[in-house]
Design a protein around this ligand. Structure first.
Ligand code: NDP
Length: 297
């Protein structure tokens, strides 16, 4: 078998187009505030990309850049001001923050109605309770990619490897919301290979390059690879590197029905879901009707 490659770029582009259509129908332009502390190169790339795509779908963005040595209280003050600003609909604090700053304290200052990353305690609580709310972006992207292959996830056996607050745990809850039967695996799981072989849908969010091998995958399964790992690529030349996922891609393609590539799978979905969340946040806070293009998803 040769698996279908799930085209995250194309699906993300469709989501962005839907968000852009929705923005046109709103009474005013939603605004996203992006807060970046320090000069981590990867974070700078992510933030630039988020700001560019915000503009592309017709929303306004406000960039707040603070030096790496910013005091925790000053950052909290900034986030609190953005939370109180009626012109701001979504706030994204780019993680990770410098080590001297508590992410939990900063997120606590963020108005849950503007929590477009879905990371505050209020958003997590709504997810657990099954109440409407802003869902974390990467896990939401995983569900959309899985549904692109299998629109009805009811009864599907989903195995999520990784239980982080950012990805694994919310992914498990989102698949549960879809009425899947969910197993949440982690570093203490016994016989992970056999657990994974029970999956109709296997979501790998571990951060270990190509850990999931072909013989961990049930023939015909759908594989969603969240991992982004930079590894040496001597075949490209001395000192060169490349990105790989948590799944051995070629091996997975020989067994699975469908696989997400890295890059070009889950990655593009994260920003698309963020933009979607920003439109939803604006509608919820300002009492606007959610345009139909977004209401369905
Ligand atoms: P974390 O390091 O926070 O969590 C990793 C999880 O994997 C933990 O729950 C850990 O278990 C589990 N784990 C580690 N080793 C093993 C093992 N040998 N067997 C089974 N489970 C194991 O990572 P994140 O969740 O933040 O990210 C995971 C990956 O996803 C990374 O590669 C990251 O770069 C990528 N990522 C991609 C995004 C995207 O947009 N595509 C967005 C966010 C992350 P335990 O809890 O027991 O320690």
């Amino acid at each position: 078998m040769t698996a279908r490659i799930i085209d995250g770029k194309a699906i993300a582009a469709r989501l962005r187009a839907e968000a852009a259509e929705a923005v046109k129908l709103l009474p005013a332009q939603p605004a996203l505030a992006v807060v970046l502390v320090g000069d981590d190169p990867a974070s700078q790339v992510y933030v630039a990309s988020k700001i560019k795509q915000t503009a592309e779908i017709g929303m306004r963005s406000v960039e707040v850049r603070l030096p790496a040595q910013t005091a925790e209280d000053d950052l909290i003050q900034n986030v609190a001001e953005l939370s109180a600003d009626p012109e701001i609909d979504g706030i994204l604090v780019q993680l990770p923050l410098p080590k001297h700053i508590s992410e939990a304290r900063v997120l606590a200052a963020l108005d849950p109605l503007k929590d477009v990353d879905g990371l505050t305690e209020a958003s997590a609580g709504k997810l657990v309770l099954g109440k409407p709310g802003l869902r974390p972006c990467t896990p939401a992207g995983c569900v959309i990619l899985a549904k692109s292959e299998r629109p009805d996830l009811a009864g599907a056996n989903v195995v999520v490897i990784g239980r982080s607050i950012l990805v694994g745990k919310p992914a498990a809850l989102l698949f549960l919301e879809q009425n899947a039967t969910v197993t949440l695996a982690h570093s203490r799981t016994r016989d992970l290979r056999m657990v994974c072989r029970g999956a109709d849908i296997l979501v790998a969010a571990v951060g270990r390059p190509e850990m999931v091998r072909g013989d961990w995958i049930r023939p015909g399964a759908i594989v969603i690879d969240v991992g982004i790992n930079r590894v040496p690529a001597p075949e490209k030349g001395p000192g060169k590197t490349k990105l790989v996922g948590d799944v051995a891609f070629e091996e997975a393609c020989a067994v699975a029905a469908a696989v997400t590539p890295v890059p070009g799978g889950v990655g593009p979905m994260t920003i698309a879901c963020l933009l979607r969340n920003c439109v939803l946040a604006a509608c919820a806070r300002r009492g606007w009707t959610v345009p139909e293009t977004l209401a369905a998803g």
